[in-house]
Design a protein around this ligand. Structure first.
Ligand code: PLP
Length: 405
């Protein structure tokens, strides 16, 4: 009999979003008159920028003509997109990254999940708690997380609690970690990291021979003077890999495009991680569609930039409405300034799920229980700014009314 990868059987099903859907369905069945506003979604709702759509239509026409048709493209991405990325996201910020250090992909979920392929199973992995679950589950699949204990924690993972007490900034772990996942601006807490804060991580990684896997999927939402890229930090090219995505930046959640930066200076025992990732990608990945890459390139055109900035400003305005409205209603709120996520402390010591039920019943508003992102998320709750302005305003009015009554 063949054997399966047993690690998969150790991973509990993720019930978070199906549990939410079930509770909402049961509630709406019992209260058909109550309209529900969903502020739990992590998906964008605004359409693609017209400049992106135009570029994709043009590329589509090219694909339909013999003279301009393209088959397999370079696994690492077309040069036109790699150049647009380095010029706009790195050189424009004074960061020295070269186009061949960019690996274009179908998104940051795949890359943050697949990057483990180039690392030993024996590495000790550190993750923030609460966390974007992909980092945890993909390491569990690879056998790097050990076994799940009764409290729902993996016994080989190092958890770095991020709570109000530490300003949602993970402390350098007591136990040495080989691979450290950091995500700033953060999903789910909406927290960000300062230059000094990130420098400490880079220094730690270099002193301890660790690698930082830096997810900056929400970089486009930054409004303050904080790092957009880990490569703004001295020494990061020797210890970090960065993941970026067009998903939230430009509404590509369904279109699919992102990229990963693996600096050539990043080595382990004389072996280049750039060479390993290139080997992995050329073996297991055949590139992002030409049409999509032309769409992503158009994000960097002057019209594209103007259009995506407007959409990001729209979401950030929603975030402000939600954040300020909740604070006015007496809630303790975090995030929503450099991120599309608002993270709030549940009142009166309620659990995340108790608050979920109360919010749905009293205000008809649905969010995401913080405990779904990890044990330290208990007692917190996530709302997102990706809905419409109208719904964001209505949700806040309902919450304020519910608190008053
Ligand atoms: N990283 C973080 C922190 C995310 O929150 C998400 C999506 O929600 C992703 C990565 C996935 O991005 P993509 O759509 O590029 O796969």
């Amino acid at each position: 009999m063949f054997h399966i990868n047993d690690n998969f059987t150790k991973i509990p099903q993720s019930y978070l979003f199906s549990d939410i859907a079930k509770r909402v369905a049961a509630y709406t069945q019992a209260h058909p008159e109550q309209s529900i506003i969903r502020l739990g979604i992590g998906d964008v709702t605004r359409p693609l920028a017209p400049a992106v759509v135009e570029a994709m239509k043009k590329a589509c026409d090219e694909m339909g003509r013999e003279e301009t048709f393209r088959g397999y493209g370079p696994e690492q991405g077309y040069d036109f997109l790699r150049q647009a990325i380095v010029q706009n996201d790195y050189h424009a910020r004074g960061i020295d990254i070269s186009a061949d250090e960019i690996f274009v992909s179908d998104g940051a979920k795949s890359d943050t999940g697949n990057i483990g392929d180039i690392f030993s199973r024996d590495n000790v992995v550190a993750v923030c708690d609460p966390v974007y679950p992909v980092y945890v589950d993909t390491n569990a699949m690879a056998g790097r997380a050990g076994n799940l204990n009764v409290e729902g924690r993996w016994d080989r993972l190092v958890y770095m609690p991020c709570t109000a007490e530490n300003g949602f900034a993970p402390a350098i772990p007591q136990k040495r970690a080989d691979m450290i996942y950091l995500c700033f601006p953060n999903n789910p807490t909406g927290a960000s990291i300062t230059y000094e804060g990130l420098q400490q991580w880079v220094d730690y990684a270099r002193e301890n021979g660790s690698v930082i896997l830096f997810d900056s999927a929400y970089e486009a939402f930054i409004t303050e003077d904080i790092p957009h890229s880990i490569f703004e930090i001295e020494g990061a090219k020797q210890c970090a890999i960065e993941f970026r995505s067009f998903s939230k930046t430009a509404g590509f959640t369904g279109t699919r495009c992102g990229y990963t930066v693996v600096p050539k200076e990043l080595t382990c025992g004389g072996v280049s991680l750039h060479a390993l990732w290139n080997r992995r990608q050329t073996t297991k990945f055949n590139g992002v569609p030409y049409i999509v890459q032309r769409g992503a390139e158009a994000v960097y055109s002057p019209e594209g930039q103007k259009q995506i900035r407007e959409t990001i400003a729209y979401y950030l305005h929603n975030a402000k409405v939600i954040r300020e409205g909740l604070a006015e209603a007496g809630f303790t709120v975090y995030g929503g300034i450099n991120a599309p996520y608002i993270w709030l402390k549940t009142p009166d010591g309620m659990t995340s799920w108790e608050f979920f039920d109360a919010l749905m019943e009293k205000a008809g508003v649905v969010g995401t229980p913080g405990s779904g992102f990890g044990p330290s998320g208990e007692g917190y709750f996530r709302l997102t700014a990706f809905g419409s302005l109208e719904n964001s305003i209505k949700a806040i009015e309902r919450i304020q009314n519910a608190v008053r009554n």
